[in-house]
Design a protein around this ligand. Structure first.
Ligand SMILES: C[S@@+](CC[C@H](N)C(=O)[O-])C[C@H]1O[C@@H](n2cnc3c(N)ncnc32)[C@H](O)[C@@H]1O
Length: 413
């Protein structure tokens, strides 16, 4: 029997949802396999949009499903997953109900199609809607004011300009908005590789929050920085563009390959180095070390909503251990008078604020509080002099990733 058009995209969305919720994979890990049979780029984009909406609104979609079933479907039941995708299309992507049904029910071939049809139809008849903002895991909801509102839509696209001095020109050329020198924000869904300046490497994509850690090191004037967890190189490029001589170290061959491609496209210079920072020994100390540490990445939930459901205490504790081991190395490789930046794209205080306290207590480094003037307008450092961002910030301008950044110097002896 001929399959309705669009079924491949929905099947791929179901595979991705399953990989995230049942196997704890990231969407990035799940996508290549799930999308293998989806040839056309618009269908691939559709599959990603459906699963993205389902993950962002999961708690609310589940509440709707539960409101229309006598006995709650198990969390990992296939009909629940199919219904999540069907409702995400109907309530978020404005797909007409007949198209949702025609492409959704075949996913349950040989299974409880009537049940899914019944639940979906009941909810459509009730004209159900979603809340103003998604319901998030409690720890986020309680901690980060307005965060849920930052997740209503997928984020816009931030560009980091190679030449900060040309911010006005690029903003005028590209038609975006700029919130800091060297930054331009473009509308969500902008086809990046077709935007002026991509081929010539005049900018790279980097969320505004992720642009901040390197700014806090200032101008390099030829001094030597170690970018300790460097790939795919967003911060390496920023350091190089600010005049630092950069050693860009990363353990991942694949990600380091992307870093090299990025350097090639932008024409910026750095020395890529594949090594495990936990066993590597440098030949000299550094004027600055940027430790953009591996983390749970919950701060990137606007773009990677899988983190809302994959990350719990076990993953956080694992990351805390790795981060501490890396911090210890970095602290030992800093010259007297040198500067350490510790950054994580995490919303978990254990990986951010608590790590900063631990650094203060452990290494005899001097905190170098971040000043308001170093940050884009409308962002302020915390009273302790850290930088903390989350998706509820700059909400009226399109939001921000979650980041924690701290800065220390090593006293001159
Ligand atoms: C948050 S990402 C870095 C992002 C990068 N700074 C940027 O702005 O594009 C963390 C990186 O740490 C690397 N990493 C994890 N453990 C490492 C280790 N033991 N030694 C070196 N790199 C490591 C990962 O491969 C990953 O690329």
């Amino acid at each position: 029997m001929a399959q309705p058009s669009g079924i491949h995209a929905r099947r791929a969305a179901l595979k991705m949802l399953d990989a995230v919720l049942r196997r704890g994979e990231t969407l990035e890990q799940a996508a290549p396999g799930a999308l293998r049979d989806v040839r056309k780029a618009p269908d691939q984009a559709l599959a990603k949009a459906i699963v993205g909406e389902a993950l962002r609104w999961l708690t609310d979609l589940d509440a709707l499903i539960d409101s229309a079933t006598k006995n709650p479907l198990p969390d990992d039941a296939k009909p629940r997953s199919v219904l999540r995708l069907m409702l995400a299309q109907s309530l978020r992507l404005e797909t007409p109900p007949h198209a949702v049904i025609a492409t959704g029910l075949p996913l349950l071939a040989g299974g409880p199609r009537r049940l899914a049809h019944g639940v979906f139809s009941t909810l459509m008849k009730r004209e159900v809607t979603l809340p103003e903002a998604p319901t998030l895991p409690e720890r986020f909801q309680e901690r980060w004011d307005g965060m849920a509102h930052g997740l209503v839509q997928p984020p816009e696209v931030d560009l980091h300009l190679k030449d900060e001095g040309q911010t006005d020109q690029w903003q005028a050329k590209l038609g975006g908005e700029s919130f800091a020198s060297g930054h331009v924000r473009m509308p969500r869904g902008t086809p990046i590789e077709q935007v002026e300046g991509y081929d010539e490497g005049a900018w790279w994509v980097q969320d505004l929050a992720a642009q901040l850690p390197t700014r806090l090191l200032g101008d390099g004037a030829g001094k030597h920085a170690l970018d300790l967890c460097a790939a795919p190189g967003g911060k390496t490029m920023a350091l190089s563009a600010s005049g630092w001589k950069v050693t860009a170290l990363d353990i991942s061959k694949r990600r380091l390959g992307v870093l090299k491609d990025n350097l090639k496209r932008t024409g910026l210079k750095a020395s890529p180095l594949r090594a495990d920072a936990l066993t590597w020994e440098p030949k000299h100390q550094f004027d600055a070390i940027l430790l953009d540490a591996p983390c749970t990445a919950t701060g990137t939930c606007r773009r990677h909503p899988d983190v809302l459901h994959r990350i719990g205490p076990r993953q956080i504790a694992e990351m805390v251990e790795i981060q501490r081991a890396l911090i210890e190395k970095a602290a030992g490789w800093l010259k007297s008078g040198g500067t350490l930046i510790y950054a994580v794209c995490s919303l978990e205080p254990e990986e951010g604020e608590e790590q900063a306290d631990w650094i203060n207590d452990t290494f005899g480094l001097t905190p170098a509080p971040i000043q308001g003037v170093e940050l884009p307008a409308s962002l302020e450092p915390t009273p302790e002099g850290w930088l903390r961002t989350h998706p509820g910030m700059l909400r009226e301008k399109g939001g921000l990733d979650g980041f924690f950044v701290g800065r220390w110097t090593k006293s001159v002896r």
